[in-house]
Design a protein around this ligand. Sequence first.
Ligand SMILES: NC(=O)c1ccc[n+]([C@@H]2O[C@H](COP(=O)([O-])OP(=O)(O)OC[C@H]3O[C@@H](n4cnc5c(N)ncnc54)[C@H](O)[C@@H]3O)[C@@H](O)[C@H]2O)c1
Length: 180
Amino acid sequence: MVNAIVDTNLERAAQIKGHFLPSRNVKITDDYQQVLEDSQIQAVIIGTPPNLHEKMTLDALKAGKHVFCEKPFVLTLEQANAILDALKGTNLKFMLGFNYRFIPHFVKMANLLKKGAIGKPVIAKSVLFSRTSPSSTFTGFHLNSALGGGALFEMGCHHIDLLMWFFRKNTRGLRQHLEH
Ligand SMILES: NC(=O)c1ccc[n+]([C@@H]2O[C@H](COP(=O)([O-])OP(=O)(O)OC[C@H]3O[C@@H](n4cnc5c(N)ncnc54)[C@H](O)[C@@H]3O)[C@@H](O)[C@H]2O)c1
């Protein structure tokens, strides 16, 4: 159940509520600390520009909330490690918005690779053609690498994640990191 929608642009938050949850009693605020202080809220979804992911995730974990954070994870390795360190020793769930893993043709490809349908892959190449425009995000973070990281972060991360998933490297690495 959604309890609250946070956006520094309150008009936008109200539009989202009106569109998706018109008849629900959902709190609207521009201050995410209010959500973190609400003991009724167990989990948060972070869908802000990437430069805000680290601080918002760390604040949410500190407040004991499970976190679903949109891709890309964060902008630097240090920020990524800070979040992994904050997760250590907690029972909190953290998930990144790598939704390509749920797209049926990618699921099929992962299963075929797992079954050895093409033998042992030795090299992989990933290509994306995508339409974008200056107005494709509200904040314009996709045009400012200090806010979004640039094209490699914005769309390349989906490809890197898929390749890591197909070749089964990522989860082992994360588990090892959390165990040590
Ligand atoms: N998984 C996917 O396929 C997918 C698709 C689209 C976007 N995304 C990711 O989702 C994230 C957001 O993308 P978008 O296109 O919705 O961006 P956007 O710029 O359109 O929207 C970001 C929202 O965050 C709000 N915001 C900014 N600072 C805030 C703050 N301090 N507190 C509260 N709200 C704040 C803005 O007002 C805006 O409404 C990005 O990380 C993006 O890469 C993922």
